[in-house]
Every structure is written in structure tokens, then in C-alpha cells.
Ligand binder design. Structure first.
Ligand code: ZN
Ligand code: ZN
Length: 403
């Protein structure tokens, strides 16, 4: 996509149009905290009674409330109904956090049309493609949609520097040099930047982020190679745990305790996995029960952690699998449970946990951008060289630029 399509600084009429949209959006900002898409109005939820479905940007998140949106809950071979792993956590103080950004997940992120000026922090559990595959899509798509500050990435080190988060991010930045250069000028300069915080994957429940009353900690996970972690987010007396991918481990059982929402993979059990991929039962058993956490093991972990609600993901909840996953979990755990599906939304307060589905359109416009985005400094735009431009066909004359 060529950036000039949105051309925020190139033509006055576009700027005026954007200002009008922003003015409309800003009028709702005070009430809703976020910049809302033009034409949307958010209302307060009264007495804890929520609409049956969640229509993004129509509800004011309560000051003491947390909203968790499952953007991706499936496998690396994503489907229309289940893309790869990502969770969006929004807080009543206005902060937003992404945990993983697996392949396909940004489609669901853009579908809920968040205020992208606040989508500036992503936490990687590990560097499998089903957890980080949409990273550059998030970076560039968010930059196009309202983010005018650097994207901040938090993630673990690996056993060697080349297996760590910093190497991954810097390598992606190099690989996408052409793309990133084409956008410089049309988009805010600062939005191009990537700020990486790489921390020791072996640290146990140590703080990796602490700002604005939000504390995020990490601990090791056991998965494929060294360098996979789990996270907890504590804010306002509420605790969300994101497990990433892991074999059942001591650290999770210890540090996820007290979670309001404890998410953890509940992978396909061996037989279902063998049928799903066409693998031998031996291979499927190894992957399901040595690299990941099968449903019965997930249940055991949750029986030990005892969260207010357990959240299982990283499965394919197709009709032939659903029964096996549920039976596996229920053989070892009888507490509150959600088997996460894409675009499920959990509203969490001290009094309530409400699980709903988000209702989104197949085709949505990007959300409105704020004045800060419009005013943010931009360098000169790039264009092809004279020798390439010399090849423009004389058989076409573009319309004159508007005044
Ligand atoms: Zn993995
Ligand atoms: Zn995974």
C-alpha cells in the first residue's frame, strides 16, 4: 500500500477532512478515554449489565475494569475461525497491552478498531511464528492507523544472542528496510522506531514493566528451546496471566497463583493431534505431552493454581476436537473455564467476569486518528528516482492535485 493514499500532509483538503473527523472523535474522548472511530459513541455499563454481544467502541471501560480480547487462539496453520496466538488487554486507566502477535492476529486487532495511539506495547512469550508472525504487520499497520510513537517490544533472551528478542526485532527491521523507507515522510517519524527490551528468560517473577500502576512480571516456560516465558499483569488488584507455550511447570503453578484470569495453552490431545496433522500417534504424543500441555495436564495445572477463571487456548475447537479437549480438562479440573475462541471478550472486575463474543464487520475502516498523530513531525517523502519516473506512460495523465 502506498502511504500517499492517506497523504496527511500533502493536501489541504485531506487535512481538513481529518481534522473534522478528529474533532468529532475528540468530543467522545473525555467520556470514553479512547479516540473512537467517527460515528461511534461509547456508553457506560450500568449495574454490571452488559449487552449480550460486544460491539467494539460502544462501551466505556470502567475505571476499575480490565477487558481481555482473544485476537488469536489457534495453531500455526491458522484458519478463518482461529488464527495464531494474540491477546489484547485493555485497562480502565487507558493502557493497552498486546501479549504475542501470532500470524493472522492483526486482522482481528484491526477489526476491533482500537485507538492505535495506545497500541504501542507488545510482549512476546517466545519467537515461534504462531506467536510473533504478525509483528511487522502490527508495526506498520499500527503506524498507519494512529500510532505516532515508537512501538515498544518486550521479550526474552535466548540461549545465545541470535535466539533472543533483540536479534529477532533488529533482523526484521533490516529485512523490511525497503518497506520502512517507503513510508518515511508520509507517516510520523517517531512511529517508525522500534524499542526493544530484552530480559533474561530465566528470571523468576521479576518485573519487566512497571508504569502507571501496571506491573508485568515474567518467569520461564518449558517449550522447544530455552527462551520461552510466561507473564503476569497486575493492575488495580486484578491479575491476568498469559502462559505463552509451555509444558506444565513449577514456575507457572507458583507465580500464577492469585490470578483472576489464568490463561494457559490447552493443546490438542495426542489422538486428536495425530488425526489433525496426519501424524503418527508417537509423534503426536511427543508434541502434545512433551512440548505442549494437553487438556488433562492443563486441568491439573488449573486445579493447582485455582484462578477465578481458567482460560485455555492454542487448540482448534472444531466439532471433532471440542469434546476431547473438554473431557480432558474436566477429568482433572472442575472450576470456572473458558475455552478461548477468536474475538471472545472477557470483562473483568473484582465483582464480575463476563465472557462474550465481539461482533465485528468483515470490512472495517481504520479507526480515527488523533490530533497528535496529524501534528507529529514527518520527514520529506521518498519517491522513485528520476530514471524510474522517466518511464511514466504518456498515455495517462493523473487528475490535478486539489488545492
Ligand atoms: Zn511455540
Ligand atoms: Zn504456539
Amino acid at each position: 500500500m502506498n502511504l500517499n493514499i492517506r497523504g496527511l500532509k500533502t493536501t489541504k483538503p485531506v487535512v481538513c477532512l481529518m481534522s473534522a473527523i478528529v474533532a468529532a472523535a475528540v468530543s467522545f474522548q473525555a467520556a470514553a478515554q479512547d479516540i473512537l472511530p467517527a460515528g461511534r459513541t461509547a456508553v457506560e455499563i450500568k449495574d454490571g449489565v452488559y449487552p449480550a454481544s460486544y460491539f467494539p467502541n460502544t462501551e466505556i471501560l470502567g475505571a476499575d475494569e480490565m477487558r481481555i480480547t482473544a485476537l488469536g487462539t489457534g495453531m500455526p496453520n491458522q484458519t478463518k475461525a482461529a488464527v495464531s496466538i494474540s491477546f489484547l488487554v485493555e485497562l480502565g486507566n487507558g493502557d493497552k497491552f498486546l501479549f504475542d502477535v501470532g500470524t493472522g492476529s492483526t486482522g482481528n486487532l484491526f477489526s476491533v478498531r482500537p485507538d492505535f495511539s495506545k497500541i504501542d506495547k507488545v510482549f512476546f512469550s517466545h519467537l515461534h511464528v504462531d506467536h510473533v508472525g504478525d509483528f511487522m504487520g502490527l508495526h506498520v499497520g499500527g503506524w498507519l492507523s494512529g500510532r505516532y510513537t515508537p512501538l515498544r517490544i518486550f521479550g526474552p533472551s535466548g540461549a545465545t544472542p541470535e535466539l533472543g528478542t533483540k536479534f529477532y526485532v533488529e533482523s526484521m527491521q533490516k529485512a523490511y528496510a525497503w518497506d520502512l523507507q517507503t513510508r518515511s515522510g508520509a507517516l510520523p517519524d517517531a512511529g517508525a522506531k522500534l524499542e526493544v527490551t530484552e530480559f533474561d528468560y530465566m528470571q523468576e517473577n521479576e518485573v519487566v514493566y512497571e508504569e502507571n500502576g501496571v506491573t508485568i512480571r515474567s518467569w520461564p516456560a518449558i517449550h522447544s528451546l530455552d527462551g520461552s516465558v510466561s507473564y503476569s499483569l497486575d493492575w488495580n488488584g486484578l491479575k491476568y496471566v498469559f502462559g505463552g507455550d509451555t509444558y506444565p511447570n513449577n514456575w507457572y503453578v507458583k507465580y500464577a497463583k492469585g490470578a483472576d484470569i489464568a490463561s494457559h495453552e490447552a493443546f490438542l490431545p495426542p489422538k486428536a493431534l495425530a488425526e489433525y496433522f496426519g501424524w503418527s500417534l508417537t509423534q503426536a504424543t511427543y508434541v502434545s505431552t512433551r512440548i505442549h500441555t494437553e487438556p488433562a495436564a492443563f486441568g491439573k495445572v488449573m486445579s493447582a493454581v485455582k484462578p477465578r477463571r481458567a482460560l485455555g487456548y492454542h487448540s482448534v475447537l472444531s466439532p471433532e476436537n471440542y469434546q476431547a479437549i473438554l473431557e480432558g480438562i474436566r477429568s482433572t479440573y472442575d472450576g470456572p473455564l473458558t475455552l478461548a475462541q477468536d474475538l471472545q471478550v472477557i470483562n473483568l472486575t473484582k465483582d464480575q467476569i463476563v465472557v462474550r463474543e465481539a461482533s465485528v464487520d468483515d470490512y472495517v475502516l481504520p479507526p480515527s486518528v488523533g490530533q497528535g498523530y496529524i501534528d507529529a513531525p514527518r520527514s520529506d517523502e521518498k519517491s522513485p528516482s528520476d530514471k524510474v519516473n522517466a518511464g511514466k506512460w504518456e498515455g495517462y495523465t493523473p487528475p490535478p492535485m486539489p488545492d
